[in-house]
Design a protein around this ligand. Structure first.
Ligand code: HAM
Length: 422
């Protein structure tokens, strides 16, 4: 017996019944990108492992546990991309995209890969939409990036999401803060998980967002980052909030947001849908001043975000918002007899190439079987072509909802339907 295969754990097929929903959210995302003047960038789905190790960082779960690593035939080390920011910055430096100065505004769409425990809203291959603005440290840009996320989710019709923002400071303010965290957590380490014990020296801020209940309990009284911000970071964060207020974008300051990737500094933010359960982050993002330099470019600040399409679709389904029109033909042709079938070949082609979505099933012979097939397609119109109509050079057009029928000269059919469908 032939072996039956299934998709790898943590991955899924996007089937025809759902693919139009994906097309819809991608289309809306591209529209918002155009409104905000972002251009698409497409990078490979694998990169040298170093691209991620150096940027996403050694203390992140992504690099420590979740990368799909492989060697090619020449023994070079690669990884399937776990995220999009590092590849975009690699490309920005490699292709000198910042050459003319100003802001380089990029968006991307595509699959990312993380070897994590699959659960609702978390997969091993997932699809991200993301944007990056490389070139400015102006808080105006932070607010613009956040506004993009807000505009996108709103345009999809979502209402139940919340925006949380924070400043995680720069390397200057992090020194004192990290010290304060180490002093606070050290006496409690024996009650905390092994990840926290390991991270305390590499990146103590990560102890703030540990999901283990006992760690959470201890972290709840930890020192607050916002009290450690230096003058520059404090002003920057205040200005980001001011711009968001000017745009009437509601937000909450949450000093617990640290983000799990090492390249972040200053502004960090998340859009959450608390109806989603544990995997509630629709969008995550933040500033990464210093990353371009780390990739060998000129010191250039940057900020961006990314979100997973799977969670977005779950949110949209839960809130019952529309995915646009389900794709279906406008007309279905019912042809009785061999001559009618031959005429249908040309008729179908003419309709389709004139922008009318048309369908016909050559395997069904009888009027009854064909009408049944037409009903199943749920088209707005059925066209019926029998001997009488052939003789008269006409065709019968039936409106499926009202049941109304009329006879139309065949040479007028295309324009008639184009008018009706407009
Ligand atoms: P991230 O927080 O790791 O950030 O991921 C961003 C979003 O991708 C998450 O909020 C979530 O919606 C989605 N996501 C992440 N992992 C999974 C998964 N295993 N399954 C399904 N969805 C997932 C980044 O990736 C940064 N590169 C974002 C960024 C861009 N920061 C600045 N620019």
């Amino acid at each position: 017996m032939a072996e039956k295969y299934s998709v790898p754990r943590g991955t899924f097929d996007i089937l025809p019944a759902d693919s139009y929903k994906w097309q819809y959210v991608k289309k809306v995302f591209s529209e918002v990108a155009a409104q905000f003047n972002f251009q698409e960038i497409v990078t490979p789905i694998f990169e040298q492992t170093d691209v991620f190790e150096r940027s996403v960082g050694g203390s992140s779960d992504i690099v420590q546990k979740e990368m799909y690593r492989f060697q090619d035939k020449k023994g070079r080390n690669f990884a399937l991309r776990p995220e999009g920011t590092a590849p975009v910055v690699r490309s920005f430096v490699e292709n000198n995209l910042g050459m003319t100065g100003g802001n380089t505004k990029l968006f991307y769409l595509g699959p990312m890969f993380r070897y994590d425990r699959p659960q609702k809203g978390r997969y091993r291959q997932f699809y991200q939409y993301g944007i990056e603005n490389i070139g400015s440290d102006n808080p105006f840009i932070d607010a613009e990036i956040i506004a993009f996320g807000y505009a996108f989710l709103s345009k999809l019709g979502l209402k139940n999401f919340e925006l949380e923002i924070n400043s995680i400071g720069c390397s200057n303010c992090s020194k004192d803060y990290n010290q304060a965290l180490v002093e606070y957590f050290t006496p409690n380490l024996d009650k905390m998980c092994s990840d926290c014990n390991e991270r305390i020296n590499k990146n103590p801020k990560r102890l703030l967002d540990c999901k283990v209940p006992s760690c959470k309990e201890i972290a709840k009284d930890a020192p607050n980052m916002l009290e450690y911000l230096d003058e520059d970071c404090r002003t920057h964060f205040a200005q980001v909030q001011e711009y968001l207020n000017l745009m009437n974008i509601p937000f909450k300051v949450n000093p617990r947001i640290v983000r799990g990737l090492d390249y972040y500094n200053k502004t960090a933010f998340e859009f959450l849908d608390n109806n989603l359960g544990a995997q509630n982050a629709l969008i995550g993002g933040g500033r990464y001043n210093g990353l371009v330099e780390q990739f060998g470019g000129k010191d250039t600040p940057g900020i961006g975000f990314a979100g997973g399409f799977e969670r977005l679709l779950l949110s949209m389904e839960t809130e019952g918002v529309s995915f646009g029109e389900e794709p279906k033909p406008n007309v279905f042709i019912v042809a009785i007899g061999e001559k009618a079938k031959q005429l249908t070949a040309k008729l179908l082609f003419d309709l389709r190439t004139n922008g009318i979505k048309a369908e016909y099933n050559p395997d069904k012979e009888s009027l009854k079987a064909q009408m049944k097939a037409a009903d199943k397609e749920k088209t707005r119109f059925t066209l019926i072509l029998g001997e009488d109509e052939i003789a008269k050079n006409s065709i019968i057009l039936k409106e499926m909802i009202s049941g109304e029928q009329q006879e139309i000269p065949r040479e007028k059919l295309v324009t008639f339907l184009q008018d009706k469908l407009r």
